[in-house]
Write a new protein. Sequence first.
Length: 209
Amino acid sequence: MATRLLPVDPRAPSEETLAEASRALRAGGIVALPTETFYGLAADPFLPGTLAAVNRLKGKDATSPILLLLADLAQALPLMAATPAAFPSLAALWPAPLTLVVPASAAVPPEVSGGRGTVGFRVPALALPRLLAARLGGPVTGVSANRTGQAPPRRAAEVQETFPEGLALILDGGETVGEAPSTLVDLTGSPPRLLREGALPWAVLRDRL
């Protein structure tokens, strides 16, 4: 039987939907959901075994980092071993499709950084993942909901077709924008380094810096 699709308004999800999704996450399940770019796979990164399950599902190498989605800036602070000089000015742009890579604190599971000692996270522009992280009380994973090497999906039906098993729930929020992934900036050195230009233009960030 295919994983159930649960309709959701990603800009204003109901309390019932958030409650059901958070129950699935607390039980160690993986929930597919829309973000402001593509559909992603949300799991609780602090539960034993969940990160390995995400990697297995995607066919992803364990040395590849796992992006985290946050409810707000406050959830970022315990994850950082140090606060890079450029962090405050760039984080002020959140919520936005902007992923920042910083030195990871001891609280971050090593699987998140793929052994690199760093952590990449963002406060997404879409309300659904933010509200889910807030309800969970911590970040959720935000890797794209596709098998490694395949194009990231813009529709819930594509996720269901790719993963007929292995997901606890698929939150169907309709078609995502999907024009580009989040912009990825490495703050672990000086000056900051653009790793991937995405939905947020590098020129906007450069002006901030």
